[in-house]
Design a protein around this ligand. Structure first.
Ligand code: ATP
Length: 290
């Protein structure tokens, strides 16, 4: 396997007395679309901001593209693109001015990519940024990040403001860029069905801790849905991630490696949404002061 694009060891970040991220150990493979999912306040933005060097760790280490995050040279900064949750852009600029600024500031700027993408999206270059719709604003921010031709593109909830079709084309554009170039995408999102189509690696974060991380195919084949009679002791059996009970039967998401073997229970494969929801139900208390 090639060197991880991002590696963390014991990574933690505290805001005053509250830990937003704790004990984070990850090694993320290059050339993937990596989904970071978790409930509000799970620590996703904190993790992404640590990745791009906008925050410093309180403890532990984080290495991005071979350098400690936040201590990059101008060269290695060109390798990382970041689109923040609120896509901050200069509102008084024309879209064209943003492209001109991007060209002046970025070593590998791809003007043709930027212009072609905006034309396909029917976003005029002579429109003032402050008059764009929310979705167009998000698309312009992504276009600027893609035209930078980064090796790692970090996107904080990039599809939140987009309509369903725009979400799909946006995510497909990312997949295309990953397939064609030496690019890894790390994105946070709450919208699970689309992620299943485009992402190949998953991180589930709850309460500031990584609950699950791995190749989506491998994670799905390592879990099953078991359907059988409702038994109160089931939830505490080893390997059981989550149990939901009806009057007569229970549905249990379990790990197949070392999980319970229950004679007579029906066993079915699961999808990404079921897997993520099972882990989200396991949210531990938010870690506080030490
Ligand atoms: P969301 O899905 O709502 O965007 P998130 O998973 O991105 O949430 P973070 O923004 O990383 O979560 O926040 C994680 C925790 O850290 C939350 O409890 C939040 O209140 C806290 N936090 C984040 N930024 C600060 C800050 N600047 N000062 C104090 N606490 C903060």
């Amino acid at each position: 396997m090639s060197a991880p694009v991002l590696e963390t060891s014991g990574l933690g970040r505290r805001y005053r007395s509250v830990w937003a991220l704790r004990d984070c150990d990850l090694a993320l493979p290059a050339g993937r679309v990596i989904a970071l999912v978790g409930p509000n306040g799970a620590g996703k933005t904190t993790f992404l901001r640590l990745t791009v060097g906008l925050l410093r760790p309180t403890e532990g280490e984080i290495t991005v593209l071979g350098s400690p995050a936040g201590r990059e040279s101008a060269d290695s900064l060109a390798d990382i693109g970041f689109v923040a949750q609120d896509h901050p852009l200069y509102k008084r600029f024309l879209v064209r001015d943003l492209l001109r600024t991007g060209a002046a500031l970025n070593l590998r700027w791809d003007q043709a990519l930027a212009e072609n993408r905006l034309e396909a999206l029917e976003i005029p270059l002579d429109q003032r940024v402050g008059t764009l719709s929310g979705g167009q604003h998000a698309q312009v921010a992504l276009t600027l990040a893609l035209a930078k031709r980064p090796k790692l593109l970090v996107l904080d909830e990039p599809v939140a403001g987009l309509d369903p079709l725009a979400r799909l084309t946006f995510l497909q554009a990312l997949m295309g860029a990953v397939a064609e170039e030496e690019l890894t995408v790390l994105l946070s999102s709450h919208i699970l069905p689309e992620l299943e189509r485009v992402c190949d690696y998953l991180i589930v974060l709850t309460g500031g801790r990584v609950q699950l991380a791995g190749e989506i195919d491998e994670l799905l084949s390592a879990h099953r849905l078991l359907i059988g009679p409702s038994e109160p002791t089931m939830a505490s059996a080893p390997g059981v991630i989550h149990v939901s009970r009806g009057d007569r039967q229970a549905n249990a998401i379990v790990r197949t490696d070392g999980g319970p073997v229950l004679a007579g229970w029906e066993s079915r494969p699961i999808g990404l949404e079921e897997l993520v929801l099972a882990y989200l139900h396991r949210t531990p208390p938010i870690p506080s002061t030490r």
